[in-house]
Design a protein around this ligand. Structure first.
Ligand SMILES: NC(=O)c1ccc[n+]([C@@H]2O[C@H](COP(=O)([O-])OP(=O)(O)OC[C@H]3O[C@@H](n4cnc5c(N)ncnc54)[C@H](OP(=O)(O)O)[C@@H]3O)[C@@H](O)[C@H]2O)c1
Length: 321
């Protein structure tokens, strides 16, 4: 079954597939798998949207997989794929944005990305691409200037749409107040244990698509927690429906009309994660999930510093945590 899609504000012609393939595996650039082969398997299985980032070091194998998919005839043209990449914090400076996108495009050997995102509302001094940023390198982000450079990327046709990631309602509203091209997407953590109700309402009102990352809680990763997959309430629903906890999480996100990214480098789990379209949660199951106590899995402690722009998680998340 083809994956359902949604229309993006600002994108010329492309729709965004609602279930997409995450390519972040830690340690970045050191996967035990051939990431190119994993992505080729994902294309064979039916995934069409691939989420990458300068940080993940998955851009090169993604580009190689696109090339091979074309030569194998798995796709007829690159246009059949939706490719996302992201600007890392060390490039979140006006003068670094365009060169960073050009560098990403060169790694992927592509002429454009379908979506380019500001990875975090955070700047660090130019140089390194590390998730555990050095706190001494944290500097205030000039989001207006960074966004102007993102708009330039869009105007040049190098990014068919532009957006942000990890932005709160407050940061989105500030950006909307000054941007000429509004963000098409806000990519954020979202799963049954971090449901993002307020952000979803704002984004619906402003025509911004939410893309949910870590829909399974990113169990087993540097940034993830086990508590989504180990949640008893979700296990109970999964047992009574003869589905897996992963499928319950993904279906729950999908039923909220947002797009989602899920990462599995295992073929069987890749298929399992797409098997969510021909059944639904009952209203009682949705109610049970809506009552699950909320806790954010990835608060971003590494971006907090006494000497940096965000001195507390409250400040980073504008109290929305
Ligand atoms: N914008 C941001 O700041 C940000 C942050 C985090 C992630 N992301 C993006 O979102 C993507 C997805 O999020 P994520 O990787 O953090 O977390 P996730 O998709 O919630 O979870 C990934 C973990 O779950 C396992 N898994 C996948 N399917 C499974 C299934 N059916 N049953 C059991 N385990 C399963 C994977 O292992 P196996 O591979 O072994 O199956 C992996 O350990 C990332 O890859 C990345 O592209 C963006």
């Amino acid at each position: 079954m083809a994956i359902p899609e949604a229309t993006l504000v600002g994108s010329f012609e492309k729709k965004i597939p609602l279930v997409s393939f995450g390519t972040a595996e830690y340690p970045f650039g050191a996967s035990a798998h051939s990431v190119k082969d994993v992505i080729l398997d994902a294309i064979k299985i039916g995934y069409r949207h691939f989420d990458s980032a300068a940080l993940y070091q998955s851009e090169k194998p993604l580009g190689e997989a696109v090339k091979e998919a074309l030569s194998l005839g798995l796709i007829k043209s690159r246009d059949e794929l939706f490719i996302t990449s992201k600007l890392w914090c060390s490039d979140a400076h006006r003068h670094c944005v365009l060169p960073a996108l050009q560098k990403s495009l060169k790694s992927m050997e592509l002429e454009y990305v379908d979506l380019y995102l500001v990875h975090w509302p955070v700047s660090v001094k130019p140089g390194e691409y590390e998730l555990l940023v050095k706190k001494k390198d944290l500097v205030p982000i000039d989001i207006k200037a960074v966004w102007e450079a993102m708009e330039e990327c869009y105007k040049l046709g190098l990014a068919k749409s532009i957006g942000v990631s990890n932005f709160t309602c407050k940061k989105l509203q500030a950006l909307l107040a000054t941007s000429k091209i509004p963000p098409a997407v806000n990519q954020v953590e979202m799963n049954p244990l971090w449901q993002q109700k307020k952000l979803r309402e704002l984004c619906r009102e402003k025509d911004i698509i939410i893309t949910a990352y870590s829909p399974l809680g990113a169990k087993g990763t540097l940034w993830g927690k086990n508590w989504v997959m180990d949640c008893e309430g979700l296990q109970q629903i999964a047992n009574q429906k003869n589905k897996t906890v992963a499928q319950i999480c993904l279906r729950w996100v999908y039923e909220h009309g947002v797009s989602l990214l899920v990462k599995s480098f295992n073929k069987e789990r890749m298929k399992e994660n797409l098997d969510i379209f021909d059944w639904k949660l009952s209203s009682e199951e949705s109610r049970m999930i809506s009552e699950i106590p909320q806790r954010k899995g990835f608060p971003g402690e590494e971006f907090i510093s006494d000497d940096g722009p965000y001195k507390s998680l409250e400040a980073l998340w504008d109290g929305e945590i």
